[in-house]
Design a protein around this ligand. Structure first.
Ligand SMILES: NC(=O)c1ccc[n+]([C@@H]2O[C@H](COP(=O)([O-])OP(=O)(O)OC[C@H]3O[C@@H](n4cnc5c(N)ncnc54)[C@H](OP(=O)(O)O)[C@@H]3O)[C@@H](O)[C@H]2O)c1
Length: 259
């Protein structure tokens, strides 16, 4: 890392399992104080017992007051924040009609509005901690439009938000990155279907994404796809749409996020 993490402050949302938990462990091991955010207090406390620089924070990212209170706490305790990892997210179900609307709106509220609430609440603290980093965990589904439609919509929104913010926050010395994982096996995304089919070889582990977060911070990247080979699909989508569509149909059959 050219950025020296020791003694710096990070906030990781969705830290109670999967990618967020692995990222919290990784950043704490690198010497950072990590505010670990999620709703399941027991999980966060378990994590903090193993890593003394992890601070468990029971916060729902759909609750604006709770997110603002967390930012006030970090301000009072440290006065700055160097890394915000907006990772909290949920998968979406099929979007077949009226019956699925509440589920879709919930997905957007957590995955998109949650990112906006946290980024807004921590903006000044990040500026105080500059050079600072916002790592938004979007998805390959935010580049390709595959899988549950509302989930893809939420991740396209995070990709667009990240791309635009990366430009406008450069002058504040805050690097904003869209981090786009492919199939990763976690509690919320068990990848049961993917593991059964031709995509099985492509299913990765959360630690792969945690390592990518560290790489993003070390090299001040504004975009990272993990594993990197998924970038080939994104390129194919633009250069050879019919071939891409044929592959996407296979991925679509493999990639539901709920069992
Ligand atoms: N796994 C994949 O294949 C994959 C691929 C691309 C992108 N992603 C993205 O990666 C991120 C992490 O997912 P994961 O795979 O690690 O799944 P996961 O193990 O289910 O983790 C999701 C995390 O988000 C937290 N969370 C959910 N709703 C929340 C809320 N309202 N407020 C605060 N925290 C909330 C959960 O904690 P609590 O339930 O305790 O609140 C949990 O810690 C998500 O944004 C997901 O879309 C995953």
């Amino acid at each position: 890392m050219t950025f020296d993490p020791r003694g710096k402050v990070a906030v990781v949302t969705g830290a109670s399992s999967g990618i967020g938990e692995a990222t919290t462990r990784r950043l704490a091991t690198a010497g950072m104080t990590v505010y670990a955010v999620a709703r399941r207090t027991d999980r966060l406390e378990q994590l903090a017992r193993r890593h003394p620089t992890v601070v468990p924070c029971t916060v729902d990212v759909t609750d604006r007051d709770a997110v603002d209170a967390l930012a006030r706490r970090v301000r009072d305790e440290h006065g700055f924040c160097s890394v915000l990892v907006n990772n909290a997210g949920i998968g979406g179900g099929a979007f077949d009609g009226r019956g699925d609307l509440d589920d879709a709106l919930r997905t957007l509220d957590v995955n998109v509005n949650g990112v906006l609430r946290c980024t807004a609440a921590f903006a000044d603290l990040l500026e105080a901690g500059a050079p600072a980093f916002v790592v938004n965990v979007a998805s390959v589904a935010g580049k390709l439009g595959i899988g549950p439609a509302a989930y893809a919509a939420s991740k396209f929104a995070v990709v667009g938000f990240s791309e635009a913010l990366a430009l406008s926050w450069r002058s504040r010395r805050i690097t904003v990155c869209q981090l786009n994982p492919g199939f990763i096996e976690t509690e919320g995304f068990p990848q049961t279907q993917a593991k059964r089919g031709p995509m099985a070889r492509l299913v990765g582990r959360p630690e792969l994404v945690a390592d990518a977060v560290v790489d993003v911070i070390a090299h001040a990247r504004t975009e990272r796809t993990v594993p990197a080979f998924y970038r080939a699909f994104v390129t194919l989508r633009h250069l050879a749409p019919p071939l891409y569509t044929a592959i996407a149909r296979r991925m679509e059959r493999a990639g539901g996020t709920r069992d």
